[in-house]
Write a protein that binds this ligand. Sequence first.
Ligand SMILES: *Cc1c(COP(=O)(O)O)cnc(C)c1O
Length: 411
Amino acid sequence: MKNKPALSTLLAHADRDFGAEHGAIHKPIHTSVQYGFEKVEDLIGVFQGTIKGGFNYARQGTPTTAALEARITALEGGVGSICFATGMAGICATFLTLLKAGDHLVCSQFVFGNTNSVLGTLRGLGIEVTTVDPGQVSAVEAALQPNTRMVFVETIANPGTQIPDLEGIGALCKTRGLVYVVDNTITSPALFQPKAVGASLSINSLTKTIAGHGAALGGSVTDTGLFDWASYPNIFAAYRKGDARQWGLQQIRKKGLRDMGGALSSEHAHQIAVGSETLSLRVQHSSATAQGLAQWMSAHPAIAKVHYPGLASHPQHALAKKLFGAASWLMAFELRDASRLNAVINALQLPIKATGLGDTRTLIIPVAPTIFWEAGPQVRAQMGIADGMVRLSLGLEALDDLIADFAQALA
Ligand SMILES: *Cc1c(COP(=O)(O)O)cnc(C)c1O
């Protein structure tokens, strides 16, 4: 392959980089939990990490999960990746292995609900957390303390589609020596590499954009190679060995995957890998559909507001245009008359009423009575969640079919 093949080319041929086993074109599903060795020296070498690429117990990885990790590393332009059973397992492992009691984390206030829930767990463990609106780097800077170790943001927030000052925060983290973690789930490497804005770690819920089919859970953490782990105080002596760019991942793999145990199965790694082969085609299609539908909805009299970074009216439109290949497949809109919410959603034929994101089918959910119900009316008002707000995750349906469906449902 040429030096920098297009994403679709890279994805279609990624398995071949591993050397075909018996000529198999797909990386096989390795189900073995145990791995045996001819010589005990090799068993010892794999344990001690002096033999690279070996396997000893499937909780730390298998040939199938390793192939997926290498594929994600290539997509993200990183120096290594670790796969987990879910996106949440990857996020928790990152927090719990790189932060300790007395440290301080600055986190976007617009993060995935379960990530937000984890912040409470961290506080209970003695880790200080400050949440900020990351739209301006100044808000992040103002929140920094002498014990701040990490900044966590998402590329495009769900459901409000807010975008952080990704570049400004990257520059700030570099100056202050902070670990900059970017959850790339909504954009995925098909639209954005967090490495481009100086991220230290890029996290993907593989369940969403990368697998795309909604048939397997998975998560990944990729090291971009930009962070200087030698200067990071929380790396245990045992992991301060070899290439310093791998120290962070070594610690996350041993403490976060081996010890905490949220391992991705080979079966699911295979399903995610197969789904990822169509990543760039799916994302191009569903992003173009979201753009077309957002424009159509903006002109519809029954709709008060459309949240989509591809619209000129979006507060971070210019930033999205500069950084992302497209404004993604996630959007939200607000009905002018919130009392029609259920009737309009029930009248739709194509979008499926479901809570997930990033499927081949378009998924729809009213936000206030579901994912933000527990938050209560006050928090909803603070976060800009209107009663008539609806979230849409665009799938592979044709734009014309979706417009026709929304036209009849809104009428
Ligand atoms: C879904 C999601 C997660 C969690 O991923 P799971 O695979 O469901 O655990 C994390 N971050 C974002 C932005 C998500 O949308």
